[in-house]
Design a protein around this ligand. Structure first.
Ligand code: ATP
Ligand code: MG
Length: 431
C-alpha cells in the first residue's frame, strides 16, 4: 500500500534548510551513503528543528542500506539493538550519529510481532518509515541527493500552520503506544503549537492507558518534559488533560489548592530558566524542584521534634513519600535518594534563622550546597527574602572550592554553623 503513497517534494529554493546548519559529520555520512548508491535522509526531530531555525539536539539518519551494508561502509561504526538493528557511527570525543534502515513499524508498537533482527520484514520503504512515526512535524525527510524535503505525512503544512497532529489515526497510535501522548504534549509545549482537534480528543480518551506503559519509558519521557526548557508549558498541559494525575495520582489532592498550583508552575518556570542559563540540572534536582511545592503537604515539618532524631524521622518520611509518589516510575534508587536528601535538607535550612548557623554534621554533607540552591530557588518562589545565607556575588574572588575550604576551616575552629558567604553562587551545582 505504501508504494502508492506519493510524497510532496519541496525543492531547495522553497525551504530554508541549508547544509551549513547540518552537522558536518552527519553530512559526511549522508554523502558517503549517497555516493554508494543508497538513499540517505536526515529524519525526525532535526529536520523539524532546522526548519524552525532551532539548533537540533542530534542528527538522525535513515537509509535504504541494510545494517550490515552500513557497517561495511563505515569502519567507525557498530551495530546496536537486538530487535531493531541500527548503526552508530562514531566520531572523536565520544560523539556518534545514529543511522537506521527504513522501517515498517515503530519499535514501540505493542502489537508488532517480535521480528527476527535479520528478517527483511523489519525493513520498509521511506513511506512506511514516515508513517510509523508519531506526529507529522517529526515525519519530514531531508534528501541529500538534491537537498529537497520529502514529506509523506503533511508535516510541512503543519509546521507552517503550527499544528501538532498524529500521523494516521490518533486512536490507533495512542493505543499502540500510549507514550506518544506524552510526546504530543511535550512537542506542543516546546513549539507553542496547538494540538489538532482529533488528536486532542483521542488523547483525552486514552490518557488512562499511560498506566499500562513500561515505567522506564514513562520515566525517560517525563524527565524530558522537565529538562528540555518547556517544563512549565508541558505540566500546564498535563494538568489540563489530566495526564499529570494519571502519572502521579497522589498529587491530585494538593493541586486542588490554586496557590499550590501557581507555586508548582512557578518552580517549573525556574527549571526552564535554569535550562537556559546553566548546565542542565540533574534528574534528582529536577525532581526535587518539581516536588518542592508538595513537601509541606505530604511531610509537614512541624510534626517532627527538633534535634537529630526529628530530622532523621523527617528524612525517613520524605523517603517514604518519594517511594510512594515516584514508585511506579522506577526512578533509580540513586536519584530518588539524592532527591530525598535535597528535600529533607529544606527543613534544616528553614529552621536556622539568620545568619544561618547550620549544624556542621549536616552542612558537611555532599548534598548541602545543592539543597541550599534549592532552598534559595524555593524562597524566591514563595516571595521570601532572597537568601539568608548570602551568596557572594559571582564576581567575588572565591571559587566554589575556596568557599568550601573556608567553610570547613570555620567548622573546625568550633564555629559550628554556616558563615555567611559560603553559600553557592548562582551557577553552582544543580547537576
Ligand atoms: P528531540 O528534539 O527531543 O530529540 P525528537 O522528535 O527527535 O525530539 P526523539 O525521541 O529523538 O524525538 O525521536 C526521534 C524520532 O523518532 C522522532 O522524531 C519520531 O519521528 C520518532 N519517534 C520517537 N518516539 C516515537 C514513538 N513512540 N512512536 C513513533 N515514532 C517515534
Ligand atoms: Mg531526537
Amino acid at each position: 500500500m505504501d508504494e502508492s503513497v506519493l510524497p510532496r517534494i519541496i525543492s531547495r529554493p522553497e525551504h530554508p534548510i541549508s547544509r551549513k546548519d547540518i552537522d558536518p559529520d552527519a553530512l559526511k555520512i549522508l554523502y558517503r551513503l549517497h555516493h554508494h548508491g543508497f538513499m540517505a535522509y536526515l529524519v525526525g526531530g532535526c529536520v523539524r528543528d532546522l526548519f524552525l531555525g532551532k539548533t537540533p539536539k542530534d542528527f538522525d539518519l535513515a537509509t535504504d542500506a541494510h545494517p550490515r551494508q552500513i557497517r561495511d561502509l563505515f569502519r567507525n561504526s557498530r551495530l546496536i539493538g537486538r530487535r531493531f538493528r541500527l548503526a552508530h557511527v562514531y566520531f572523536p570525543g565520544g560523539k556518534y550519529i545514529e543511522v537506521a534502515t527504513f522501517r515498517r513499524r515503530s519499535e514501540f508498537d505493542e502489537q508488532t510481532p517480535n521480528p527476527s533482527p535479520h528478517s527483511d520484514n523489519t525493513f520498509g520503504t521511506p513511506a512506511e518509515d514516515a508513517l510509523r512515526r508519531d506526529i507529522t512535524i517529526n515525519g519530514i525527510f531531508y534528501n541529500i541527493a538534491d537537498f529537497s524535503l520529502v514529506d509523506y505525512v503533511g508535516g510541512l503544512e503543519d509546521l507552517r500552520r503550527g499544528i501538532i497532529r498524529c500521523i494516521g489515526d490518533p486512536e490507533e497510535k495512542f493505543v499502540q503506544d500510549p507514550v506518544r501522548m506524552i510526546r504530543v504534549i511535550r512537542h506542543a509545549a516546546r513549539t507553542g503549537f496547538s494540538i489538532e482537534e482529533n488528536t486532542y480528543r483521542s488523547l483525552l480518551t486514552h490518557v488512562d492507558r499511560l498506566r499500562l506503559c513500561s515505567p522506564a519509558r514513562l520515566r525517560d519521557e517525563f524527565l524530558r518534559e522537565l529538562r528540555e526548557g518547556a517544563a512549565r508549558e508541558s505540566i500546564q498541559r498535563m494538568l489540563e488533560t489530566g495526564m499529570l494525575f494519571v502519572l502521579f495520582p497522589s498529587l491530585a489532592g494538593p493541586l486542588q489548592d490554586g496557590k499550590r498550583k501557581e507555586y508548582v508552575l512557578g518552580s517549573l518556570e525556574v527549571l526552564d530558566r535554569l535550562h537556559l542559563s546553566e548546565n542542565a540540572a540533574s534528574d534528582d534536582f529536577c525532581l526535587a524542584l518539581f516536588l518542592l511545592p508538595f513537601l509541606e503537604f505530604f511531610c509537614p515539618p512541624d510534626e517532627f521534634p527538633g534535634g537529630r532524631k526529628g530530622q532523621a524521622d523527617f528524612e525517613l518520611k520524605v523517603r517514604e513519600w518519594l517511594i510512594h509518589t515516584l514508585g511506579p516510575f522506577l526512578f533509580t534508587r540513586h536519584s530518588r535518594e539524592a532527591a530525598t536528601q535535597l528535600l529533607a535538607g529544606q527543613r534544616i535550612l528553614h529552621q536556622f534563622p539568620p545568619p544561618g548557623k547550620i549544624p556542621w554534621r549536616w552542612a558537611r554533607r555532599p548534598s548541602f550546597y545543592r539543597a541550599l540552591r534549592l532552598f534559595e530557588l524555593g524562597a524566591g518562589l514563595r516571595g521570601e527574602e532572597p537568601s539568608r545565607f548570602l551568596c557572594p556575588p559571582a564576581d567575588k574572588k572565591f571559587s566554589r572550592r575556596k568557599r568550601i575550604r573556608r567553610f570547613r576551616k570555620k567548622g573546625k575552629r568550633g564555629n559550628r554553623g554556616t558563615p555567611a558567604g559560603v553559600a553557592p553562587s548562582p551557577g553552582d551545582p544543580v547537576s
